[in-house]
Design a protein around this ligand. Structure first.
Ligand code: THU
Length: 138
């Protein structure tokens, strides 16, 4: 059971779906949209942006986190990522660590495709024993 109300889930789904239409994925053709809910209840969205120099590409979650930070958000409460399906999308390792920067472990990560929500996890499940900001307070 997701600890988010239906209205919020719909907001995250539609923000991610909208962001996905902006995806720049001419190489993989794998369009992704992401939406992050911040500590103020605001939703920030982003898409994946690929590059002809392939390793310079970045994920939708990264774009959405950038939008959150630029809007003054510093805590991610939930993140929804929408791929094309049918395989259930999950955030890559790098994005798990980027999400970790803005949450201590109770972040809800939701996987979706254009037909709706397919799975959900906590960030702790996706990135156990993670390295985080507290490690640098030595
Ligand atoms: N991608 C994302 O944007 N988010 C994910 O969670 C998984 C993968 C992107 C990166 C690349 O542009 C494309 O999907 C194929 O890997």
């Amino acid at each position: 059971m997701l600890p988010l109300n239906d209205a919020l889930l719909q907001q995250l789904l539609s923000a991610a779906a909208g962001a996905r239409t902006h995806s720049h994925a001419p190489y993989s053709k794998y369009a992704v949209g992401a939406a992050v809910l911040d500590e103020h209840g605001r939703v920030h969205a982003g898409c994946n942006i690929e590059n002809a120099a392939y390793p310079q590409s970045w994920c939708a979650e990264t774009t959405a986190l950038g939008a959150m930070v630029m809007a003054g958000g510093r805590q991610a409460r939930a993140a929804l990522v929408m791929g094309p399906g049918p395989e259930i999308i999950t955030p890559c390792g790098g994005c798990r660590q980027k999400l970790r920067e803005f949450n201590d472990g109770d972040l809800i990560v939701i996987a979706a495709d254009p037909t709706g929500i397919k799975a959900h996890w906590t960030l702790e499940q996706l990135l156990p024993a993670s390295f985080g900001p507290a490690h640098l307070k030595f």
